[in-house]
Design a protein around this ligand. Structure first.
Ligand SMILES: [Zn+2]
Length: 383
């Protein structure tokens, strides 16, 4: 049942979409706004690059980054703590380190920022169901937001979904479907997305494009929150699967740069459990499959998107591989200090030391570390 208490938007008062159309991330070709979720740039695809589209605003940012809706549906996500940690800065040999604690969002991860916009979009278009491919934080978040908004949620998960996740999804009223591989999950989401009344929140393309373009714009507010709180990183380390979060943070800072709110774009460092983007940045094919096993549940997967490629290259950052052994060691080190981080977020913390040792960042770097969710979210975490 819809609760008027929970959201700014409701089913009788639809939010107003504020975008003028779409533009290609890569070649800037403009597309009309009529598509609910565009399937990528046709011009780039003709050259063999699957590049996604971003929202194109008629307004220009000034004091605040632009968002797709005037009154997004909300469960209170965002404005998460951004805490300076002098001791972690000393340990990692940088001058400043802030912990951006996304575990404080309503369902415990950064994904709530994406769900808020995705659910708003679903309400705006009169959808009855949101559908997504996820076996983790995104599924829990979308299911909870859909439930609060009075929408249905279908989840395409991997076989062997951890019991804790299955139980929560059931509590949130989501319908789960199991698949052995990405192809199966994405084919399911693609088929649903073509039906009337469904809105897809995550990727369903091969080669992968990334999640719903309006929804990932919710991540731009992380950059805004930094500026609002006088947090001025030179470097941002982000655990990354397909790059939605990394690109959103990059896009937010880019808008603030264009608006004159910051002088220099922070470098975005994509942290991955095995080499994917790292290989692409060394010259390998963007759309190849990069298989690997990892316990870093939230950043598994074999694909690279143009989103993460752009975030790394246009910000003059790069990619860092942190293997599971280093991630486990970092998670234990952080837990001993009272900081609970899911394995991939601990890997991002570990990446700061790697970046320093390799002299890709300097002792005068001011680092923003994205703590995407806490350790209890890892299926491998003993409870
Ligand atoms: Zn293009």
């Amino acid at each position: 049942m819809m609760s008027a208490v929970l959201g700014h938007a409701d089913l009788h008062s639809r939010p107003v979409r504020l975008i003028a159309g779409w533009r290609c991330l890569r070649c800037n070709t403009a597309y009309e706004a009529h598509r609910t979720n565009p399937i990528g740039c046709v011009s780039c695809l003709a050259q063999g690059i699957h590049a996604s589209l971003r929202a194109d605003y008629s307004a220009t940012p000034s004091m605040r980054v632009l968002q797709a809706y005037d009154r997004p549906f909300s469960l209170g996500e965002g404005n998460t703590p951004c805490t300076p940690s002098p001791s972690l800065a000393r340990t990692t040999d940088v001058v400043q380190l802030w912990i951006k604690d996304e575990s404080c969002n309503p369902t415990g991860s950064h994904k709530d920022r994406m769900s808020a916009i995705g659910i708003t979009q679903a309400l705006e278009m009169g959808a009855h169901t949101v559908v997504l491919a996820s076996s983790g934080n995104a599924a829990l978040s979308a299911a909870r937001y859909a439930q609060a908004a009075g929408l249905r949620c279908e989840v395409a998960a991997y076989d062997g979904l951890p019991r804790a996740y299955a139980k929560l999804l059931d509590e949130y009223g989501a319908v789960c479907h199991s698949f052995a591989d990405n192809e199966g999950r994405w084919a399911f989401v693609r088929e649903r997305a073509q039906q009337l009344g469904y809105l897809a929140l995550t990727n369903y393309s091969l080669p992968a494009l990334g999640s719903a373009p309006l929804a990932i714009e919710g991540y731009k507010l992380i950059a805004q929150e930094c500026i609002d709180n006088a947090v001025s990183p030179t470097d941002v380390v982000v655990p990354t699967a397909r790059g939605d979060l990394a690109w959103g943070i990059f896009a937010g800072f880019r808008e603030l740069l264009h608006a004159g709110r910051i002088a220099v774009l922070p470098r975005i460092w994509i942290v991955e459990p095995f080499a994917r983007l790292s290989k692409v940045l060394a010259g390998a094919e963007l759309h190849a499959t990069y298989s690997g096993q990892t316990a870093q549940f939230s950043t598994a997967g074999a694909t690279v998107t143009y989103l993460q490629y752009q975030a790394a290259t246009a910000s003059l950052g790069g990619a860092v591989v942190v293997n599971d052994a280093a991630a486990h060691s970092a998670r234990d080190e952080l837990l001993a200090l009272g900081i609970s981080a899911e394995l991939c977020a601990a890997a991002a913390y570990s990446a700061i030391t790697t970046l320093r040792k390799e002299e890709r960042i300097s002792a005068s770097s001011r680092v923003l570390w994205l703590l995407t969710a806490n350790a209890s979210r890892d299926p491998s975490f003993p409870t």
